[in-house]
Design a protein around this ligand. Structure first.
Ligand code: 3PG
Ligand code: CO
Length: 557
């Protein structure tokens, strides 16, 4: 095994406090009315940019630079924080599932063989996000899995669909449900009893994360597992149409109320029963862990499940390596090893990490290679600030930026930590709502939070790294190939709620930064994975050889 001890950096001192600020959903794009970061008042970030190219630059945050299948894949927080924390580029869930489906290996694995035992007498339930966003799941993967499972004996299949509108355009759920219905009809022609059984909008049903609001998961449980929901329709398409007509504002794809599909006599077509197989087909962990717990744990008590069917349950991936959750899975997750968090802990670096609930796991779990918990209790402290559950982020666009900044400030001033790491969520969470005005307010709040942290760094003679995990708020318009905003029939610009392909900024500075430190000029296509080595250097260590190279050099002044 490689040694864990890090060599001292030849030029950079140990013992500086290093603040690492991740602005979530904060990319770089040309000035434009739909660039909320540009429109917002952001004096702190603007000042940092003036240090270009020595102490401000752009890095890649999407596509193959973060282990996604292609450079058409936008960045996201999971792969972004994985890369930032691990300092290495791993093939990520999206790609691993593609490979396993492409080679057929997925059907030879333990996980598939396990669920296959239910195909003879039971139903196969597939639960997940219906979208081609490629962030949590992908539609073509679901299609292949449906086909592969039916060819391998699944005779009764029920799909439980979560509509997106967040990683893809709002309203696109109709197209995905139509395409899915076509596939299911083809399966029926081949004698497979295949139907959509239930659904709901991802932000209101099932896909909560980091235990922000268990009610979201309960609504999903009731609809998918119990077959109970306030709305009952004969088909998912009817559900989309009627629910959107009833309340077009509230029933966006992201927030569609839960529904079940019923047969001619009003009976739900697909509750989960003893002996059934269940697959959650999202590859990304954060928004499936809570449901996975409800599906897997005997002694689960976060809400009343009413009925706990004995199923054979498998995740598309294993979502938490530490908890081994779920026990069965179709594709082995990326084995993210030797993260910077673990290296630094083993080299005595004391770390404080903080965010609000909705991003807390990003700077802890994702940062540490999808591991929950501490590497070293005595050296690390992770603090979560409760998010306002149930309040839309465009209603509270400042979120907990100020509170996070104050916690970070206190941690810096306490001098008890060598690294103080935060995620500030506004650009992303408010950006996803598609509400431009609110996003502008959110960006300003994020900038003010950075200011508080940089002031604290100044006071203790520390160093800062300000960067981001992927783009979002810097572009709120869907665009054609030439970059012009797309308009709908009424001439209104189409809103982009998703992340982007844009690069993100990284800025370094602070009174503790050795005067000769500059960004290197030979790493034009560097990405998020280059940040970990950079941060190690700022702590006074050389990065391990297997890391992506550091972004900085020390020149003689
Ligand atoms: C979400 O889960 O909120 C979005 O799909 C992706 O956002 P994130 O990658 O910024 O968390
Ligand atoms: Co996001």
């Amino acid at each position: 095994e490689k040694p864990w001890e890090l060599a001292a950096h030849p030029r950079l001192p140990k013992g500086r406090t290093v603040a690492v600020v991740v602005l979530d959903g904060w990319g770089e794009a040309a000035p434009d009315p739909f660039n909320c970061i540009h429109v917002a008042d952001t004096p702190t970030l603007d000042a940092l940019k003036k240090a270009a190219p020595e102490r401000w630059r752009l890095i890649k945050a999407h596509g193959t630079a973060v282990g996604l299948p292609t450079d058409d894949d936008m960045g996201n927080s999971e792969v972004g924080h994985n890369a930032l924390g691990a300092g290495q580029i791993y093939a990520q869930g999206a790609k691993l599932v593609d490979l396993a489906l492409g080679s057929g290996k997925i059907y030879e694995g333990e996980g598939f063989k396990y669920i296959q035992q239910s195909f003879q007498d039971g139903t196969l339930h597939l639960i997940g996000l219906l979208s081609d966003g490629g962030v949590h799941s992908r539609f073509d993967q679901l299609q292949l899995l449906l086909q592969g499972a039916s060819e391998r004996g699944a005779k009764r299949i029920r799909v439980h669909v979560l509509t997106d509108g967040r990683d893809v355009a709002d309203g696109s759920s109709v197209r995905f449900v139509e395409m899915l219905e076509e596939d299911l009809a083809r399966l029926r022609e081949k004698g497979v009893d295949a139907r959509i059984a239930s659904g709901g909008g991802r932000m209101y049903v099932t896909m909560d994360r980091y235990e922000n609001d268990w009610q979201v998961v309960k609504r999903g449980w009731d609809a998918h597992v119990l077959g109970e929901a306030p709305h009952r329709f004969r088909s998912a398409l009817e559900a989309l149409r009627k629910l959107r007509e009833e309340d077009p504002k509230k029933a966006s794809d992201q927030y569609l109320p839960p529904f079940v599909v019923v047969d001619g006599s009003g009976e739900p077509v697909g509750p989960v029963r003893d002996g059934d197989a269940v697959v959650t087909f999202n590859f990304r962990a954060d928004r499936m862990v809570m449901l996975a717990k409800a599906l897997e744990y005997e002694g689960f008590d976060r809400f009343d499940r009413v009925r706990f069917p004995r199923t054979r349950y498998a995740g598309m991936l294993q979502y938490d390596g530490e908890l081994k959750l779920p026990r069965h899975y179709l594709v082995a997750p990326p084995e993210i090893q030797r993260t910077s968090g673990e290296y630094l802990a083993r080299n005595g670096v004391r770390t404080y990490a903080c965010s609000e609930t909705v991003k807390f796991g990003h700077v802890t779990f994702f940062w540490n290679g999808n591991r929950s918990g501490y590497f070293d209790q005595n050296l690390e402290k992770y603090e979560e600030i409760p998010s306002d559950a149930g309040i839309p982020f465009n209603v509270q666009p400042k979120m907990k930026a100020l509170e996070i900044a104050q916690k970070a400030r206190d941690a810096i001033l306490s001098q008890k930590f060598d690294q103080v790491r935060v995620n500030i969520a506004n650009g992303d969470m408010v950006g996803h709502t598609g509400d431009m005005e609110a996003t502008i307010v959110g960006c300003k709040a994020a900038d003010e939070a950075v200011k508080i942290i940089l002031d604290a760094v100044e006071q203790v003679g520390g160093v800062f790294v300000v960067t981001a995990d992927h783009g979002n708020a810097e572009d709120m318009a869907k665009r054609d190939k030439s970059g012009e905003p797309l308009r709908d029939k009424d001439g209104k610009v189409q809103t982009l709620t998703s992340h982007t392909l844009n690069p993100v900024p990284i800025a370094i500075g602070g009174p503790g930064l050795a005067p000769g430190v500059r960004f290197r000029t030979d790493l034009a296509s560097a990405g998020l994975a280059n940040v970990a080595a950079t941060v190690m250097n700022l702590h006074g260590f050389q990065a391990p050889d297997h890391y992506e190279p550091t972004l900085i050099q020390v020149v003689d002044e």
